[in-house]
Design a binder for this molecule. Structure first.
Ligand code: ASP
Length: 592
C-alpha cells in the first residue's frame, strides 16, 4: 500500500510523489490548512492538507487521534523558518493530494502524542496502544537486533539451533513448576520447562556438539522485584569444552555485541571467585562500578565488651565488617537514619558508624556513638585497617554473615546510586568457583546452580565434605545484574548419583525422575558444559530500561497475571471434566 515509511522520507525525496500509511499522531487545524503528523514504526511525517483538495480536506476534518489513514502527496521543502531540526523528517513535509481513512479509532485510553504518566496497569491493559509509542517500538526493534546478532554469532561459530519440548517433565532450577494436566493420561501432568537443561545435555549425548536455542522458560516463583513467570533465555551447550574456552567465547559474543550495537568497548572481563565476591561486596553479583569494599574486622573486635560486635565476631556463622565511605562525614543525621532504616529491610538491627573528623587527634577525632564501647585503641586499629582519611564515614555490619552480606551489600549499592559513586558506565565480570551446595534451611543441602553441575573434585572428596566442595559453575555479571550463568556438567553416572544422594534424592527417586538422564550418561556422554543468558535482562541493560517488563512485548504483572487477556482465567466445567480435574473452591474450603 505504501511507497515509503513516514520516518524514511527526507530532502532527497523532494518533488517525488509518495504514499504513506499510518496513524494520526496529531492533528492541527490552522483555519484554512490542516496539518497531520502521521506516524508509523519508523517515525513521523508532517502532512499538509489544504482546501484545494476538497475531498481530502473534508476527510482531514473528520480524522482524530490514532485514525488509520493512507495519504498520497508530493514531498516539498518546509517553508524557511518552519523547519524542525529535532525531527528526522523536519526539513520536509508532504502536500496531500489524496487522503483515505482506512479505519477510525476510539479515543485512546492515554494520549500518545505527549508523555503522560499513566499507571503501568493501564499501559499493560492496552499494551497494543502502549507499544505504538516510539520508545516502546524502539525497544522491540532493538530486542530483535539483539536476537539476530546472537543467532548470527552462534551460527558463525558452528552452533545448531534445536528446539526442545515445552510439555515435559520437571527440570529442577530451584523454582516451582507450572503444570499442565494431561487429558489422555488422567491424573498425570506435564511440567513446563524451567529451562531446557536436560534436553540440551541429551543433545550433547546425541553428538550435536554445539547447541543453542532462544528458549522460553517457565518458573512459578513468588515474583520478587523484577521477574516474570515466563521469560526468555539464550541457551547454549557445547561438548568437549572446558570452562575457559566456553567463557571466552561467550565473552567475545557479548563484547562484540556491545561494540556493534551500542558502540561501547567493554573491558576484558575480570574473574572474581565467589568467595572474594562475598568477602569484598557481600554478593555473588557485585556491581563493580561502585568502588566501595567491605573490610572484615571480626578479629579486632572479638574481645570488646560491646556484644553487638563481639557476639557475631565469636560466632562461626557471624561476620563483622566495616564499609568506608570516602567524604561520608558530610552525611546528615537524617541521611544516616534513612540508611539505618534501609539496612533494616535486610534484617540488620542497626547501622553503627564512625565519622572521621581529624585523625591527628587519635580517637578524640572520631565522632561516633560506638567508640566508647570499642575503646580508643580498637577504634584506631579499625581506622588503620580501612585506611580511613579525614572526612570519611565508616559504617559497620555485625550479625549472621548472611544478614551482613545482604544488608551491607545493599547499602553499598544504595550509597553508589544515591551519591553517584560510579567510576565507569559498564562493569562486567565473571564470578567463578561457586560452592556446589548451600544449606536449604531444613538441615539439608541444595544445589547452588543445579544438580547437573560438575564439582571440581572427585566423588569421594565430594561425599566426604559436600559443603566445602566448589563447582565448575560461572556467572556473567554486568553492573550488578546476573546476565547469565552456566557450568561444566557431570558426564559420569556415578558422580551424578553422588550429587543426587547429597541432595537427598535417593537412587530410586533419581531413577523415577531422572532415569532418562542416568541412562544417557551410560551410553557415551561426552564432557560438556554450557550456559544461559537471560535475554530480557540483557536487553533491559542494553536499552537502559528500568524493568524487564519494558522490553517484553506482553509481560505479566508482579502478581503473574496478564492485564491484556485477563489470564489466568476460569475454564468450562466440561473442559475440567475432560481433564479429570475437580477444582476445590478456596471459599468453600474456608466455610468448612
Ligand atoms: N539451565 C541453567 C539456568 O537456567 C543454565 C545453564 O546451566 O546452562 O540457569
Amino acid at each position: 500500500m505504501r511507497s515509503h515509511y513516514c520516518g524514511a522520507i527526507n530532502e532527497s525525496n523532494v518533488d517525488q510523489e509518495v504514499t504513506l500509511c499510518g496513524w494520526v499522531h496529531r492533528r492541527r487545524d490552522h483555519g484554512g490548512v490542516i496539518f497531520l503528523d502521521l506516524r508509523d514504526r519508523d517515525g513521523l511525517a508532517q502532512i499538509v492538507v489544504d482546501p484545494d483538495t476538497p475531498e481530502s480536506f473534508s476527510a482531514a476534518e473528520r480524522v482524530r487521534s490514532e485514525y488509520v489513514v493512507k495519504i498520497t502527496g508530493r514531498v516539498r521543502r518546509r517553508p524557511a523558518g518552519t523547519e524542525n531540526k529535532d525531527l528526522a523528517t523536519g526539513m520536509i513535509e508532504v502536500l496531500c493530494k489524496q487522503l483515505e481513512i482506512l479505519n477510525a479509532a476510539a479515543t485512546p485510553p492515554f494520549p500518545l502524542d505527549e508523555y503522560v504518566d499513566v499507571g503501568e496497569d493501564i499501559r499493560l491493559k492496552y499494551r497494543f496502544m502502549d507499544l505504538r509509542r516510539p520508545e516502546m517500538l524502539n525497544k522491540l526493534r532493538f530486542r530483535s537486533k539483539v536476537t539476530s546478532y546472537i543467532r548470527n554469532f552462534l551460527d558463525g561459530q558452528g552452533f545448531m539451533d534445536v528446539e526442545t519440548p515445552i510439555l515435559t517433565r520437571a527440570t529442577p532450577e530451584g523454582a516451582r513448576d507450572y503444570l499442565v494436566p494431561s487429558r489422555t493420561h488422567p491424573g498425570n501432568f506435564f511440567a513446563l520447562p524451567q529451562s531446557p537443561q536436560l534436553f540440551k545435555q541429551m543433545l550433547m549425548v546425541s553428538g550435536v556438539d554445539r547447541y543453542y536455542q532462544i528458549a522460553k522458560c517457565f518458573r512459578d516463583e513468588d515474583l520478587r522485584a523484577d521477574r516474570q513467570p515466563e521469560f526468555t533465555q539464550v541457551d547454549v551447550e557445547c561438548s568437549f569444552i572446558d570452562e575457559n574456552t566456553l567463557t571466552t567465547l561467550m565473552e567475545q559474543m557479548i563484547r562484540e555485541m556491545f561494540h556493534d550495537l551500542l558502540n561501547v568497548d567493554l573491558p576484558v572481563f575480570p574473574r572474581l571467585t565467589y568467595a572474594e565476591g562475598m568477602r569484598l561486596y557481600g554478593s555473588d553479583k557485585p556491581d563493580l562500578r561502585i568502588p566501595l569494599q567491605m573490610v572484615d574486622v571480626a578479629d579486632l573486635v572479638s574481645g570488646v565488651d560491646f556484644k553487638v560486635f563481639s557476639g557475631p565476631a565469636n560466632d562461626a556463622k557471624g561476620r563483622v565488617v566495616a564499609l568506608r565511605l570516602p567524604k561520608g562525614a558530610e552525611l546528615s543525621r537524617k541521611q544516616i537514619d534513612d540508611y539505618t532504616k534501609f539496612v533494616g529491610i535486610y534484617g540488620a538491627k542497626g547501622l553503627a558508624y564512625i565519622k572521621v573528623n581529624d585523625l591527628t587527634q587519635g580517637a578524640e577525632g572520631l565522632q561516633s556513638p560506638i567508640v566508647k564501647f570499642l575503646g580508643d585503641d580498637i577504634a584506631m586499629q579499625i581506622m588503620a585497617r580501612v585506611e580511613a582519611e579525614n572526612g570519611d564515614i565508616v559504617f559497620f555490619g555485625a550479625d549472621k554473615a548472611k544478614i551482613v552480606n545482604e544488608a551491607i551489600g545493599a547499602l553499598r549499592i544504595k550509597l553508589g546510586e544515591d551519591l553517584k559513586l560510579y567510576t565507569c558506565k559498564w562493569a562486567p565480570l565473571w564470578v567463578v568457583d561457586f560452592p556446589m551446595f548451600e544449606e536449604d534451611g531444613q538441615g539439608g543441602l541444595t544445589a547452588i546452580h543445579h544438580p547437573f553441575t560438575s564439582p571440581s573434585c572427585t566423588p569421594e572428596e565430594l561425599e566426604a565434605a559436600p559443603e566445602k566442595a566448589l563447582s565448575r559453575a560461572y556467572d556473567m555479571v554486568l553492573n550488578g545484574t546476573e546476565l547469565g550463568g552456566g557450568s561444566i556438567r557431570i558426564h559420569d553416572g556415578a558422580m551424578q548419583k553422588t550429587v543426587f544422594r547429597i541432595l537427598g534424592i535417593e537412587d530410586e527417586e533419581a531413577q523415577t525422575k531422572f532415569g532418562f538422564l542416568l541412562d544417557a550418561l551410560k551410553f557415551g556422554c561426552p564432557p560438556h558444559g554450557g550456559l544461559a543468558f537471560g535475554l530480557d535482562r540483557l536487553v533491559m541493560l542494553l536499552t537502559g530500561s528500568r524493568s524487564i517488563r519494558e522490553v517484553i512485548a506482553f509481560p505479566k504483572t508482579q502478581s503473574a497475571t496478564c492485564m491484556l487477556t485477563q489470564a489466568p482465567g476460569e475454564v468450562d466445567a466440561k473442559q475440567l471434566k475432560e481433564l479429570s480435574i475437580r477444582v476445590r473452591q478456596p471459599e468453600a474450603e474456608a466455610k468448612k
